[in-house]
Ligand binder design. Sequence first.
Ligand SMILES: [Zn+2]
Length: 484
Amino acid sequence: MTEYEAVIGLEIHTHLKTKSKMFCACSTEFGRPPNSNICPVCTGQPGALPVLNKEAVNLAIRCGLALNCTINKKSVFARKNYFYPDLPKGYQISQFDLPVASRGFVDIAPADGAEKRIGITRAHLEEDAGKLVHQGAEGIEGATSSYVDLNRSSVPLLEIVSEPDLRSAAEAKAYLEKIKSILQYAGISDANMEEGKLRCDANVSIRPAGAAEFGVKTEIKNMNSFRAVERAIKIEIERQKQALAAGRQIIQETRSYDEAAGQTVSMRSKEESHDYRYFPEPDLLPLLISEDWLKQAQKELPELAEQRIKRYQEEYGISAYDARVLTLDKATADFFDTAARLYAGDKKNIVNWLTTDVLGYLKNEDLELSQTKLRPANLVEMLGLIDNKTISGKIAKELIGQMLKTGESAKKLVEQSGLRQITDEAELQKIIQEILNANPRQLEQYRAGKTALKGYFVGETMKRTKGRASPPAVNQILDKLLSG
Ligand SMILES: [Zn+2]
């Protein structure tokens, strides 16, 4: 039986975070009424001329730098010709043989193996197409009618093409997550897959393990989440293995992932680049990037996740593991940075609450931190209440859930619910004395040497005070009363 290995490369399309479109002044805002962000340029009216968006180029350079690419001093826009109802010009302005960035790499740490370097072939600028809205059925086949929304037409995109260096679905997922993290940290894109701001196609082939030549590849489309990417690639690898085992050939084609059916389905035979009849865009000059521009972009490159992981360890003495957990999501890392600035105590207290209670809550509710009402100042206020012994850690665990849901301040919640910790010695002594009086048998056993019963009295005190008694104070008073 032949052992096979998978060879995978990803093409990632990401929306660039610009206010206006690639070649006109129309807004890129998501979720506006259909065809409200359009003009003669992005709807392809005859005679309308494109003007390049400088900020899109800025972000492309920044992305190239973050991906360790060479930024090409001269790159050229090209027309990629094809017909589809969402493409009014009949061609897409893209880059072909001279992209803005080439030959980079990122390091990934996949769940199923060791750290690994993945090559980046190129990153190039292009414009997005419009969107079709079908009535009566989901796809264009079977629809009773289809509408065209050109709000997305000509929104700036960057396509990032990896080398075929990925060897498993888990590696592909780790790579995609790494790219998403870089895009978010560097302020290049929101990289939100659900809003279509990050899209990914996968080229998948298999070959006998150790072989030098590549097998025939298929291109998988229609993967709309990180989980879908991992599942679709796994399914496609399995399909190819079974086909070869049954003596069938793999056909070079484009296949669509059907999430509900859990399979990939043939869409069309794969087009070659010559099918698009690329030629240089005659309406745009070559894109020239000066040394000064490049230096400026280098200076403006924000702190990436890896640099933050290092800083958290060095500045705050946080473990490498915790630093990695904090930086998985940029919003969580930003939250931590703000809280750390506001909080005078040990920053590890913030880490503990964020990585256990808060992230636990998010996982249970399937939410992101930014979707909750918790703000850094509220968390810091709660930590202050623990530090000055107004509330116990146990009470705080109850508060944090309410704070995440309502955004209410910890102080206010404590006042409203009477959760203030009992630290008053006279009050505690009275309660504990009552408990001892009510349990004469246990008290006698304790004094006869069964000292483990102290835990029983602590428990009774906590029960009576609904967890509000300060544990150190209870211990101290118990020791005094039990020995007396
Ligand atoms: Zn426009």
